[in-house]
Design a protein around this ligand. Sequence first.
Ligand SMILES: NC(=O)c1ccc[n+]([C@@H]2O[C@H](COP(=O)([O-])OP(=O)(O)OC[C@H]3O[C@@H](n4cnc5c(N)ncnc54)[C@H](O)[C@@H]3O)[C@@H](O)[C@H]2O)c1
Length: 335
Amino acid sequence: MKILVTGAAGFIGMHVAERLLARGDEVVGIDNLNSYYDPALKEARLARLTPHANFRFEKMDIADAAPLMLLFAKEKFDAVINLAAQAGVRYSLENPRAYVASNLTGFVNVLEACRQYPVRHLVYASSSSVYGANQKVPFSESDSVDHPVSLYAATKKSNELMAHTYSHLFNISTTGLRFFTVYGPWGRPDMAYWSFTKKILAGETIPVFNHGQLRRDFTYIDDIVEGIIQVLDRPATPDAEFDRLAPQPATSFAPYRVFNIGNHNPVPLMTFIETLEKVLGKVANKEFLSMQPGDVEATYADTERLQQLCGFAPSTSLEDGLMRFAKWYENYNIS
Ligand SMILES: NC(=O)c1ccc[n+]([C@@H]2O[C@H](COP(=O)([O-])OP(=O)(O)OC[C@H]3O[C@@H](n4cnc5c(N)ncnc54)[C@H](O)[C@@H]3O)[C@@H](O)[C@H]2O)c1
């Protein structure tokens, strides 16, 4: 297959592209290489992909419709994996417009391009943050997701709504994946596992928000990639059982669906810190702080539907995953 991966210089995008190339697909990657975090890391990720004969990269912003349309016209993609987005919850309080540009305008452009140049399947990144401050756990795709607590979450929920209209109006097969705290080698410097590692190794103090009373469903990158690939190969089809008198949120009369993709094993923040300390062989200096605005107390994925679809069964323990991250981190030096 010829597949477009948007956000290919990003953490998940690079791993997905690598995996597609390894199985023989042709991959076109696009990314605007923005400076939300060190672009040198994005360049270094790309440097792993560019030697592959079946990989091509174009620097492009999905918020810019014309070049994206030209690319679709030229390439005639079989499938699209849309991972390009402005990520991060906290930054959406400081720079909301970046989220509107990449996650709303950019996503509409991707949908429009799929409308004009049909693809077999559009798989796109949603997020566990759509569950907002819900306290019913595990989070199920049948839960209400109408109470986001950050603009980031609101844009991800909007992506699901936009995808549904395009699936319905233009018969585009779409699958949204709600990722739960993805971590691993080549990860993201703005996320806690990275910043904690950096601070612990430097002997600096780590901020422990909500006095440690947080839980996260940490999901290792290889498990996420496996899920994305399995989903990609199974385009969404209309749900024959869909009942318009009792509509379920995550499926439809249109070729549309949404899945959680997470570890189904939430870890208390203090356990996470202890595991990281063990892996790094160093005890952290901790400063206990209150809850941050936009943050949620717990994330916990119900992954039964994804398991039924494709046998999704994440297999990496937090300790193994952090060990692999730390080993990579210690060998990787960015300026
Ligand atoms: N990592 C996680 O824990 C997590 C959790 C939930 C959802 N997600 C979602 O998964 C996707 C991938 O996340 P990631 O962790 O790899 O983040 P990332 O920031 O490493 O990757 C996103 C990439 O998209 C690029 N990009 C941003 N805006 C763009 C635009 N307008 N045009 C072209 N490229 C653009 C960035 O330069 C970056 O390289 C994102 O949509 C993110 O919101 C990630």
